[in-house]
Design a protein around this ligand. Sequence first.
Ligand code: FNR
Length: 341
Amino acid sequence: MRKFRKREHIENYLRSTYVGNPLFDDMFLYHNSLPEVDFSEINTSTVFLNKKVNFPLMINAMTGGSDFAEDINRQLAQVANEFNIPIAVGSQTIALEDPDTVESFSVVREIVEKGIVIGNLSARTSLEDAKKAIDIIRADSLQLHLNPAQELAMSEGEREFKNILKNIEELVNGLDVPIIVKEVGFGLSSDVVKRLYDIGVRNVDVSGFGGTNFFEIENLRTPDSDLSELYGWGIPTALAIIEAKSLGLDDLKIIGSGGIKNSEQLIKSIVAGADMTAISGEILSYLVHGGVEYTLKYLGNLIYKSKMIMLLLGAKDIKDLRNVKYKVKGELRDLLENFKL
Ligand code: FNR
């Protein structure tokens, strides 16, 4: 059942048509005609989870658990290796239930020997299972996903949501690797981020609205229930990043994800306050439609264009990028004004 569902997630992502807006268009960046930096000096490297990475982008959690998923994970790992960027595997619950599927996850660590590999489980997991998931891929970190909207969209999904914060606290205290708490495309509010911070979480992935839409993906699996009126639900990614950053928590690392597809959105995520960015859906599309070469080309171009934007902002490195000033307009400004009230 779980195996089948995983494949459907990929197929339904590729079939999905709803286009959300992560609101990056409402961020305005000033062009700098006197950047005083050479293109060859632009340095996109950064430190994430205590390792150096070449570019502030990770391949976010997607799959595992079948031969089909193993192929995808193998190819994603090759891409991550090529650019020395982090990669997260999809939910490992299936590997804890069925040992035959372990290889579909561990293949990622076999390929990415030294780089950052991140595990993934539901935030309701037990400490024992979390340790097993970490061991399977010698994970540098474990992502715990919060996905109440997705669960409600599944007829077989969870309906009990109490005591999850307490469980996360136990996992934070009981594990040797850092935890990343993430959404799956509906966005973490600043209130949720603060509650996570208060129990010791130091890495959050806002995974906001505007990209992969699990109301639609799950709805395509169950055509007899119509959830289309909920397709617009969620906190747009740009808003989620700005609000998380505005908490002013210096030791909190923010990962910006949800609807990032191009260099401008990626750069704006960092300007808005993200320390790292992540993409799932768009990378999956390139991979399924054109294989590893096509995906390498997409990411190579994305990195090159990100460097162009950095130069045009006068930002020679990621630290400079975080200090770039920006203005907000339109819907994003309206939402932020209400936020301040
Ligand atoms: C996902 N995502 C996801 N997240 C997670 O924590 N565990 C998982 O197993 C999965 N599985 C999964 C499958 C597929 C096919 C997609 C497209 C996505 C969610 C993902 O990590 C990310 O949070 C969202 O997709 C938002 O980012 P994008 O896709 O808009 O870049």
